[in-house]
Design a protein around this ligand. Structure first.
Ligand code: MG
Length: 175
């Protein structure tokens, strides 16, 4: 045990994407939240697939280990990231957590969205996140709230996501 490797590290992530109609009226890509595709009249404006929840979780993981954030690791000017499935970003963050000697213990998230409701997709999203982080589904929460019809999110023009994750250093793991 050293001061350089505290037993626990906590990370926070936030992301927001604009919602627009699909082309030609707007620039919305199909709406994807936590790896689940939703049928909705608006889609996300993004260089990648615009999965705001995966992006927030990616930044929470990177934040915990004090690595550059998702925008610096994966610049939106890189053509290689065009329409990319955001699981790639999340897996890279999980990999970096492992390299740093840590592993996730649990994850709590909130999706802020006026419409559509997450509904039954919530459990699929939890499973996707649990699989990506290598932790039990019971250690992943996906909460949802509207924005009370005010401001951009409430008016259906944006989606946001928050994530908090805690990591434990492997030297402190119990067998
Ligand atoms: Mg994003």
């Amino acid at each position: 045990m050293t001061d350089s490797f505290p037993a626990f590290k906590i990370g926070h992530g936030f992301d927001l994407h604009r919602l627009e109609p699909p082309p030609p009226e707007g620039r919305g890509r199909p709406l994807v939240i936590g790896g689940v595709r939703f049928t909705h009249e608006f889609g996300v404006v993004s260089h990648s697939d615009g999965d705001a929840l995966y992006h927030a979780v990616t930044d929470a993981l990177l934040g915990a280990i004090a690595e550059p954030d998702i925008g610096r690791l994966f610049p939106n000017t890189d053509p290689a990231h065009e329409a990319l499935d955001s699981i790639v970003f999340l897996e890279e963050a999980v990999h970096r957590v492992e390299l740093a000697g840590y592993r996730p213990l649990n994850l709590d998230t909130t999706v802020v969205l006026q419409r559509p409701k997450l509904g039954d997709a919530r459990d699929r999203i939890r499973k996707n996140l649990a699989a990506a982080l290598g932790i039990p589904v019971g250690c992943v929460n996906v909460k949802a709230t509207t924005h009370e019809k005010v401001d951009a999110i409430g008016e259906g023009r944006a989606i946001a996501a928050h994530a908090v994750v805690i990591l434990q250093h492997r030297e402190h793991l119990h067998a």
